[in-house]
Design a protein around this ligand. Structure first.
Ligand code: LLP
Length: 426
């Protein structure tokens, strides 16, 4: 976050809260969430995208406190399971500002969404359209839906390749005609209220060209719908996926740059196709919560392996951050509890799990006197860290502490052995 700084004695602090005190009070591993930073990122997106709707993608990290901050900052909220919907509702999020995603929503999830009145449902298959149509008929309601399209843009971390990335489980293909057929089926049935089209091209994307290609192609579909049925679709969702800086090499676009690019392309394409401009929406998760959190670990062992590399083992690992093992994600790390004048040591920061791929940070220079009891901080862990946490090896999942002003408050408590055993009824 923007407010991580060293105190005079070299100890790291988040929004003025020293990491040593946080670790002593709440234990490690610990996710530390800088509330002011998160809210500032939310507000930056809302301001930059004025006139559009910003949905926070709750899959990145969701808790009741986060839901309340998202509401307070004027965002909408995207949930993709009944569980995420339950958290949103438990925190009294206005249902009309909720969007529901998912490629395999169950009858129960769709039914609940209709019963509580979620603002929109992004439909992802013909089976779902049929299921939702039946449920809406039974209830006599007319839910607002968008069709999720796959538009052939394959987004990679630092590039995009416009190929047939329609070969995946999400969405309905533009080039194959499934997306058009879905839109026409919904219109012709007349039960669901088709308000727009949706595309999400991937995650951790830096190149805005992918969004531009996607926007142009989807507006092409909007024009086909108009030509076929005389219906103008009022909404266009370009999804999330905006990259954040995990290391100093990453250079993300600002919300303002993203908004300007998207608006310009949409306006241009609508002009070219004589379409009225739809209301735009986006669904960032990572860009809002990712930079607002860091993870604090305590070092347990330091092992030099034949002079090749030093393994610094910390008290968490792949159970609180699976991203390094799963995607080869790159993080940085820093000695957080003190200053050191020792020279640099090439370290691999690993966890405590029974798996050699249990790596948190593959390569990082730490001071060569790093030792048991030191605290190490890994920044940028807010997105897909705690939310993808597991209990592998029966390690209790880490707590999340929110710091704001003088207050440091647990918003998700640490699991205990009792929590782990509670589910074991055998
Ligand atoms: N909208 C839809 C339909 C999505 O599927 C996603 C992410 C988002 C929005 C938010 O994307 P974001 O702005 O956070 O990139 N576990 C992976 C990321 C999976 C993203 C899944 N969908 C990771 O840790 O990188």
């Amino acid at each position: 976050s923007r407010s991580v700084a060293r105190e005079d004695d070299g100890e790291l602090a988040v929004a003025g809260h020293r990491v040593g005190a946080l670790a002593a009070q709440f234990g490690t591993p610990l996710f530390v969430l800088d509330v002011a930073d998160f809210k500032a990122r939310c507000r930056d997106f809302v301001t930059a995208f004025a006139g559009a709707d910003v949905f926070y993608a709750g899959k990145a990290f969701l808790s009741k406190a986060v839901v309340r901050w998202v509401a307070e900052c004027g965002l909408h909220l995207d949930v993709c399971t009944g569980g995420e919907l339950a958290v949103a509702l438990a925190a009294d999020f206005p249902p009309e500002r909720l969007g529901l995603h998912g490629n395999n929503k169950s009858v129960a999830e769709l039914g609940r969404a209709l019963d509580v009145g979620v603002g929109r449902i992004v439909v992802d298959s013909f089976d779902e359209i049929d299921r939702l149509t039946a449920l809406a008929r039974e209830r006599g309601v007319r839910p607002r839906v968008l069709v999720r399209t796959t538009c052939g843009v394959e987004a990679h971390t630092h590039e995009f390749i416009a190929t047939a990335h329609e070969d995946q489980k999400f969405g309905l293909s533009l080039s194959g005609g499934a997306a058009l057929a879905a839109a026409l089926r919904i219109i012709d049935d007349g039960v669901l209220d088709l308000v727009g089209l949706h595309s999400h091209i991937g995650s951790q994307i830096f190149d805005t060209a992918g969004f531009e290609v996607a926007a142009r192609r989807i507006l092409g579909l909007a024009a086909q719908v108009r030509d076929a049925r005389g219906v103008d679709l009022p909404e266009l969702d370009l999804g999330g996926g905006f990259g954040i800086a995990y290391t100093s090499q990453d250079d993300p676009a600002s919300p303002k740059e993203l908004a300007d690019r998207m608006r310009a392309i949409v306006a241009d394409e609508c002009r070219a196709r004589a379409l009225p401009e739809p209301r735009l929406s986006i669904e960032p998760g990572r860009a809002l919560i990712g930079p607002a959190m860091l993870t604090l670990y305590e070092v347990g062992t330091v092992k030099d392996v034949d002079g090749i590399r030093t393994y610094v083992s910390v008290d968490g690992g792949m159970s609180d951050n699976i991203r390094t093992a799963l995607y080869g994600a790159t993080y940085s790390a820093t000695l957080a509890s003190r200053r050191s004048a020792a020279g640099p040591l090439l370290a691999r920061i690993v966890g405590k799990h029974c798996e050699s791929g249990d790596i948190v940070v593959s390569d990082e220079f730490l001071p060569s006197d790093v030792r048991p009891g030191d605290l190490v901080a890994v920044p940028g862990t807010g997105a897909y860290g705690r939310s993808m946490a597991s209990n592998y090896n029966h390690v209790p999942r880490a707590a999340v502490v929110a710091v704001e002003g003088d207050e440091a408050r647990v918003i998700v408590r640490r699991e205990t052995e009792d929590d782990l055993l509670r589910l074991d009824v055998g």
